[in-house]
Design a binder for this molecule. Structure first.
Ligand code: 9YT
Length: 131
């Protein structure tokens, strides 16, 4: 059984910030936990826009706080995000993630699981994990 709290994660290597400081991710479950997925709480800071393209991962995202939108770059469709909304990047969809005037608090599941130290590279992806 694994039991972890936010307080235990904050200030450790499981708390990872974006290079541009658009987000912080608290990584509850990682590849090393051998669950087959990873599970994070991510705060997307208010009034930010982040280009994301997970070429090597699938991600499901559930919003529990805040308001924002995603815009898929292939077709320009904008999907509003508010508490209770889930989106799943089942086609490795390249997209902009925007938080409006309040921080977005998102619960994120990745398959394959994150190793732990991933931050977005210049095109918004994470490198392929070795697991
Ligand atoms: C929603 C999203 O992908 N935000 C970027 C951070 C990512 N969730 C992570 O690494 O935890």
């Amino acid at each position: 059984m694994i039991v972890r709290t936010l307080e235990e994660i904050e200030g450790t290597s499981r708390e990872v910030s974006a290079r541009n400081n658009n987000w912080v991710s608290k990584r509850f479950i990682l590849a090393e936990d051998n669950m087959g997925f990873s599970f994070n709480e991510t705060i997307i800071y208010a009034n930010t826009e982040t280009l994301i393209w997970y070429k090597n991962h699938l991600e499901a995202v559930y919003c529990v706080e805040g308001e924002g939108e995603i815009e898929t770059t292939d077709d320009g469709i904008v999907y509003p995000i508010k508490p209770g909304t889930l989106y799943a990047l089942d086609k490795h969809d390249r997209h902009y993630l925007r938080a409006y005037r309040k921080d977005l608090r998102l619960l994120c599941v990745f398959n394959p699981p994150l190793m732990g130290n991933e931050i977005h590279d210049e095109d918004g992806s994470y490198v392929k994990s070795s697991k």
